[in-house]
Design a protein around this ligand. Sequence first.
Ligand SMILES: *[C@@H]1O[C@H](CO)[C@@H](O)[C@H](O)[C@H]1NC(C)=O
Ligand SMILES: *[C@@H]1O[C@H](CO)[C@@H](O)[C@H](O)[C@H]1NC(C)=O
Ligand SMILES: *[C@@H]1O[C@H](CO)[C@@H](O)[C@H](O)[C@H]1NC(C)=O
Ligand SMILES: *[C@@H]1O[C@H](CO)[C@@H](O)[C@H](O)[C@H]1NC(C)=O
Ligand SMILES: *[C@@H]1O[C@H](CO)[C@@H](O)[C@H](O)[C@H]1NC(C)=O
Ligand SMILES: *[C@@H]1O[C@H](CO)[C@@H](O)[C@H](O)[C@H]1NC(C)=O
Length: 305
Amino acid sequence: MAALTQKKTCSQMMEEWKEYMWNPRTREFMGRTGSSWALILLFYMVFYAFLTAIFSLSLWVMLQTIDEYTPKYADRLVNPGLMIRPKLGTTEVVYSVNGSWQDYVDGLNSLLEEYNKTVQMERGVNCTPGVYNIQEDTGDVRNYPKKACWFLRDVLGDCSGDSDPTYGYSSGMPCVLIKMNRVVHFLPGPIKELSNTSITINCSGQVSVQRSQVGGHKNDNLLGSMQYFPTVGNRNLGGIDLMYFPYYGNRAQQNYTQPFVAVKFLNATRGVDHMVECRVNAANINNQDSRDLFQGRVIFKLRID
Ligand SMILES: *[C@@H]1O[C@H](CO)[C@@H](O)[C@H](O)[C@H]1NC(C)=O
Ligand SMILES: *[C@@H]1O[C@H](CO)[C@@H](O)[C@H](O)[C@H]1NC(C)=O
Ligand SMILES: *[C@@H]1O[C@H](CO)[C@@H](O)[C@H](O)[C@H]1NC(C)=O
Ligand SMILES: *[C@@H]1O[C@H](CO)[C@@H](O)[C@H](O)[C@H]1NC(C)=O
Ligand SMILES: *[C@@H]1O[C@H](CO)[C@@H](O)[C@H](O)[C@H]1NC(C)=O
Ligand SMILES: *[C@@H]1O[C@H](CO)[C@@H](O)[C@H](O)[C@H]1NC(C)=O
């Protein structure tokens, strides 16, 4: 009996469902007439077209506010750090005079190829030393692409690879290049007592590891004397000329050439770990922040065996 009722209900349901899907009497499909369906379809089409229009409009408005040449949400990094080159994985220069320095020399060779005179002359212009290379736009007229100033490897003197193809590595007097990280539109101010035309870089060192043969403790003298290229004035300081600033960003100033200061370690004591600290001296760069050892300076290990 129960099975019979169920069967009846089942076929009834089947019928009802069929009628719901297509009712030939009222010509309704799923409970709606054709015109009703057409209206619904029309409503959704208009609705989605409207949504698409709103979305496109807001996207367009947002794109209007973006200047393709200046990063809109660039890091507000106003205190640049320093980096050393060549950099083989870690921030250190550790090698043995008898052998393992070829990687450093190769690194410098490939880095400095772009600084050959012919390459630089093609990419940039000979700027006036000592003044910022300001190339602002005039009103709405864009001054793009902006010109880049030459940096010829010759100014690196004994570290240019010209007179000494091993950059001093084979003789235990290695050269290390120091660069300042680029900050778009940043104008570093020179320190008047040191130079009016350049910001300056100089280094000092300590032996951090106690060693019996050198009497232990921190010792500044073991790093020996250093020579900087290019040199500023008659002091022993490296200089980055103001003409390399400001940097206008990769898009506006594609050919920008990264300037370097080369440091040559003339008499570094062999066989000890020197912790070399190089700082940039500029009026508006903090190189003293004890919480951030990467602001305005770089610290790296130097060891010559
Ligand atoms: C380097 O080679 C010289 C001889 O060519 C040798 O006297 C010296 O001990 C070697 N130095 C090292 C660190 O192997
Ligand atoms: C750069 O100059 C050096 C010699 O001064 C040369 O060996 C090298 O091939 C040059 N590189 C380019 C890219 O011109
Ligand atoms: C950038 O360098 C290329 C050659 O590498 C040169 O043809 C082009 O004119 C330079 N652009 C500017 C703005 O100086
Ligand atoms: C920078 O210029 C000022 C005067 O404008 C001068 O007194 C000072 O000696 C100059 N500094 C250097 C390093 O030449
Ligand atoms: C760099 O030179 C300046 C001025 O001679 C000096 O005050 C400073 O201590 C030096 N910095 C380093 C890291 O040696
Ligand atoms: C090199 O340093 C040593 C001490 O480490 C010193 O005795 C020597 O005079 C220095 N040589 C030069 C040329 O400065």
